[in-house]
Design a protein around this ligand. Structure first.
Ligand code: MN
Length: 211
């Protein structure tokens, strides 16, 4: 697997996750990175980072943010945004959306345009139950004066979808909830990636608390 193609999956507590992505065709590296980190007690930190633009400079910014998150996964989300902001000071910056996942609730925060939504099973098909509020700004360059995480409840079967802007919009309402997370992620990247940007999606399913 090269740096220009992402296909990974895993499980942390009740969260089954899969990531898929690809670099802008012609680039050897992607500027879109993800994190899926165990924070203990069945909880996890998930996130996606879109280094501005594409190519090596975008890769460098996203890589630094992912490294900071990996070193401090249990810090509060707003603290993590500040840590990323400092670490990216001499880079071109990035859009960053982070989600703290526990079996009963998720908290999320976004700076820039990486989308996150929570999709639930409904009688008429998938329903987007909540969407993260994204604050304007560029991590590493300019943060909004006020930003804070929001917390919402989650239930078994819910699907969290985090996608960079290299994927077309409204992806979460069209997912096939009966598919495995890996299939959902790979299908979204294969069918909805724009030809002008790197693309990445991280799909997390709440599998319920083990008995
Ligand atoms: Mn992008």
């Amino acid at each position: 697997m090269g740096l220009n193609l992402v296909q990974e999956q895993g499980r942390i507590g009740s969260a089954e996750w899969a990531a898929a992505g690809r670099a802008l065709p012609g680039e050897n590296v992607s500027g879109d990175h993800f994190v899926a980190l165990d924070t203990g007690d069945g909880s996890a930190l998930f996130g996606a980072i879109d280094g501005l633009g594409h190519g090596d400079a975008a890769f460098d910014a996203a890589h630094r943010a992912a490294a900071v998150l990996s070193e401090n996964p249990a810090e509060p989300l707003d603290v993590l945004i500040l840590l990323c902001h400092r670490a990216l000071a001499n880079t071109r910056g990035a859009a960053v959306t982070l989600v703290s996942f526990s079996p009963s609730s998720i908290s999320w925060i976004g700076i820039g345009n990486v989308r996150a939504s929570l999709v639930a099973v409904a009688p008429g098909g998938p329903m987007v139950r909540a969407t993260a509020l994204n604050f304007g700004g560029i991590v590493g360059y300019s943060l909004p004066s006020v930003f804070e995480a929001q917390t919402i409840p989650v239930r078994t079967g819910d699907l969290l979808v985090i996608a960079t802007d290299g994927l077309g919009t409204d992806e979460s309402a069209s997912v096939n909830l009966s598919s495995q997370t890996r299939e959902i992620a790979e299908d979204l990247v294969a069918t909805r990636s724009k030809s002008t940007d790197d693309s990445l999606v991280l799909v997390v399913r709440h599998r319920g608390t083990p008995q």
